[in-house]
Ligand binder design. Structure first.
Ligand code: FAD
Length: 407
């Protein structure tokens, strides 16, 4: 009997992988809430930093780009590098992609994945899955495409300001916990971080009527904005992220990344395409958001119901900052321990390299039949895997490898 392949995740990576498996005639069951990170864990009114050319979910057949969606749905056409895409449009595009190419999606959670112990396939790659509907079934391969889910990162020095964990209604939250920022009208808010998410949340908070918004960033000169499309260097190759030779290699030759030494890969995943505000955010930011740069948060506490941050810089004494709320826009980190649905035995056996699962050319881990795509694949295939456009590289390769595993 041929068991299906299980794809866990219905964001851009899971949907794209599922569409490629379907096109190859590989029976697959696909699980997750479609585009949930975009619908529920990003602020309303957010604009994508990626350009329209870099914001399509890869499909095995033509007709499924962001622009195809805009035309089909009668939405404004997002096509030039000057067009900035609202998160609401992108979420609708993902749902349209799902309805057309992955109609069999099952909107349930996978509770656990374990290796099947009895009656295993001679290849040894069968998995036992439990769903939150109570169903159990066997899959011959599993593709983990759970993206950002469960990987929000809170620096340990901030944790004491959220004794019960970060929450949108408490003293301290993670940026992923917000959809509607209007609750902060009239409030004094500190945003920690200097990436696009920190800077854009700060602007959206100010525009939502916050009494004051201050960005606190560790590095001196950390708050920076990118270059508009007409300011890109002309003699360098074009990539979805701008013009640069390094980005060209990382985008189109991602396979080579796997062969770099682990410390180099860790460095590149962290630094390339690192914290930088979008060019179009600068004018909305300046004059509205206050900035404290070159200061490290060394402690955080709650006093009289308000969060208090202790800041230390290279020069001068430590200072304190009090607010009504602190939002940590401190990003996401791959942490295999946070993928709680993966059985203990599987996690213990997974070979790890550069803080991610060690993957082969088909995105397969050290456990035959267990594949990872999207964010956890960045340690092997580079920073492009953190972005939607990475589906173009990843999905055909994952599908080819999984199809090749045979029934
Ligand atoms: C604020 C912000 C802005 C961003 N802007 C951009 C941008 O402009 N351009 C860009 O290219 N990238 C952007 N990104 C990165 C982008 O979010 C990721 O590249 C993309 O969402 C990754 O897609 P994914 O499919 O891997 O994961 P996600 O979109 O996070 O989807 C995860 C899926 O896994 C499912 N899931 C999780 N656990 C389970 C389980 N146990 N069982 C079943 N299903 C499960 C969820 O339901 C969901 O369907 C941004 C990220 C953030 C945080």
């Amino acid at each position: 009997m041929t068991h299906p392949v299980a794809v866990i995740g219905a964001g851009p990576y899971g949907l794209s992988t599922a569409a490629h498996l379907r096109a190859r005639g590989v029976p697959a069951r696909v699980f997750g809430a479609p585009m949930v990170s975009w619908r529920e864990h990003m602020p309303a009114g957010m604009l994508l930093k990626s350009t329209p050319a870099a914001s399509s979910i890869d499909a095995p057949q033509p007709g499924h780009t962001l622009l195809d969606y805009c035309q089909a749905a009668g939405e404004r056409r997002y096509e030039s590098d000057w067009d900035v895409i609202p998160v609401e449009t992108f979420a609708r595009y993902g749902e349209w992609f799902q309805e057309r190419l992955v109609p069999e999606l099952e909107q349930v959670r996978v509770v656990s994945v374990d290796r099947r112990t009895k009656g295993r396939h001679p290849g040894g790659s069968d998995f036992e899955l439990k769903l939150d509907s109570g169903e159990q079934f066997t899959a011959r391969a599993v593709v983990v495409a759970t993206g950002l889910s469960g990987l929000a990162y809170l620096p340990p020095e901030l944790a004491p300001a959220a004794p019960d964990g970060p929450s949108a209604t408490g003293s301290l939250s993670h940026s992923s916990q917000h959809r509607d920022l209007s609750r902060f009208a009239g409030a004094h808010v500190v945003v920690v971080g200097a990436g696009q998410s920190a800077l854009e949340n700060a602007v959206l908070l100010a525009e939502a009527g916050a009494a004051s918004v201050r960005v606190v960033a560790r590095g001196r000169g950390a708050v920076r904005f990118g270059t508009a499309p007409d300011g890109q260097p002309p003699l360098r190759p074009e990539t979805p992220f701008g013009r640069a030779w390094s980005l060209y290699a990382l985008t189109y030759y991602a396979e080579g990344f796997r062969h770099l030494p682990p410390p180099t890969r860790k460095f590149l995943v962290k630094r390339v395409l690192g914290p930088l505000g979008a060019w179009w955010l600068r004018d909305r930011f300046i004059g509205r958001v206050q900035v404290t740069e070159g200061k490290r948060i060394v402690r955080a506490r709650v006093e009289d119901g308000r969060p208090v941050l202790t800041l230390a810089g290279a020069d001068g004494p430590a200072s304190e900052l009090t607010a009504d709320h602190v939002m940590a826009a401190t990003g996401y980190r791959v942490d295999l321990a946070a993928l709680g649905f993966l059985g203990h035995d599987l996690r213990a056996r997974l070979a790890v390299s550069a803080d991610g699962p060690r993957l082969d050319a088909g995105y397969g881990s050290s456990i035959p039949g267990l594949h990872f795509t999207g964010l956890p694949a960045a340690a092997s295939f580079g920073p492009v895997m953190r972005f939607v456009c990475g589906t173009e590289y990843a999905s055909p390769r994952v599908a080819r490898a999984v199809a090749g595993l045979g029934g």
